[in-house]
Design a protein around this ligand. Structure first.
Ligand SMILES: CC(C)(COP(=O)(O)OP(=O)(O)OC[C@H]1O[C@@H](n2cnc3c(N)ncnc32)[C@H](O)[C@@H]1OP(=O)(O)O)[C@@H](O)C(=O)NCCC(=O)NCCS
Length: 237
């Protein structure tokens, strides 16, 4: 009998398989759980993936919902939030995997249903919300709050004193800097930070930010149209 909890991964894509690795081998200096099955809506009876059973939502509900916690592995925040609610409505539950004294970063709190891959750095006094997925090679500074349902793609770097609100997607290699102790930088709810963007100022809810320094996708598109359509005509004069 293993000493770590068993868990069912909701999802069966490549990202779900990476989630299994992140949970079984990541963050804490030991395995944090044992994945016993993947779950996918409409899965056929007897199916398997990654050497484990692939079960349908109905099968999971009948066999495991009240006994075995779940993690939702979907990368995008909005569908992940919807599936978390679906699991709860069906009688399922989630647990925190990392809030134990032996975890790697002692003054860090991590909410239920979240997965954190190695290698990672998380500074002191930072809080990772519930149902957050942190991909490998991320660096999260001190005094950072990551809201529920956020996704951090690989190689995200966040400086100290930053608040990332609920449901934000941080694209691969994006950087958030300039948070200050007396004025934390805030990334608004539901924002989409593009791959490689460098965010240097607070961002209102729902924006997509792109480039270095990051600007809104609308501004970015307007600038590109200007450079493509207007500047060449001026050059001709
Ligand atoms: C910025 C983003 C949201 C835009 O998506 P989109 O609206 O579908 O945009 P498109 O792919 O149609 O690209 C539009 C233009 O912007 C450019 N572009 C796309 N993403 C860009 C980025 N991150 N930085 C700079 N330019 C970018 C494209 O080259 C394209 O240029 P073109 O018009 O000259 O061909 C998306 O590209 C992105 O960065 N998503 C994050 C992806 C990620 O990190 N996933 C995790 C992987 S592990």
């Amino acid at each position: 009998m293993s000493s770590f909890p068993r868990v069912v991964v909701y999802g069966a894509s490549g990202h779900a398989l990476a989630c299994r690795d992140m949970l079984e081998n990541g963050f804490a200096p030991h395995r944090v759980c044992e994945v016993i099955a993947y779950m996918k809506d409409g899965a056929e009876e007897g199916a398997s993936v990654d050497g484990l059973p692939l079960i349908s939502f109905e099968d999971w509900q009948a066999r495991y919902a009240r006994e075995i916690p779940c993690i939702v592995s979907i990368a995008a925040p909005t569908p992940r939030k919807r599936l978390v609610q679906k699991v709860v409505d069906a009688g399922g539950f989630f647990i925190p995997f990392y809030d134990r004294p032996e975890v790697a970063f002692r003054k860090v709190k991590v909410g239920e249903g979240s997965g954190i891959a190695l290698p990672v750095f998380i500074g002191q006094n930072s809080r990772i919300g519930a149902h957050v997925l942190v991909s490998p090679m991320c660096s999260i500074g001190h005094d950072v709050t990551i809201g529920d349902y956020c996704s951090l793609a690989p190689s995200v770097t966040i400086s100290g004193n930053v608040v990332v609100k609920e449901g934000v997607f941080l694209g691969a290699g994006s950087v958030v800097v300039n948070g200050k102790a007396d004025k934390p930088l805030i990334i608004g709810e539901g924002c989409n930070i593009s791959a490689g963007a460098v965010v240097t100022k607070s961002v209102p809810d729902g924006e997509t930010m792109i480039g270095n320094p990051a600007i809104t996708l609308d501004e970015f598109s307007r600038t590109r149209r200007y450079l493509r359509d207007v500047v060449p005509e001026e050059d001709e004069e």
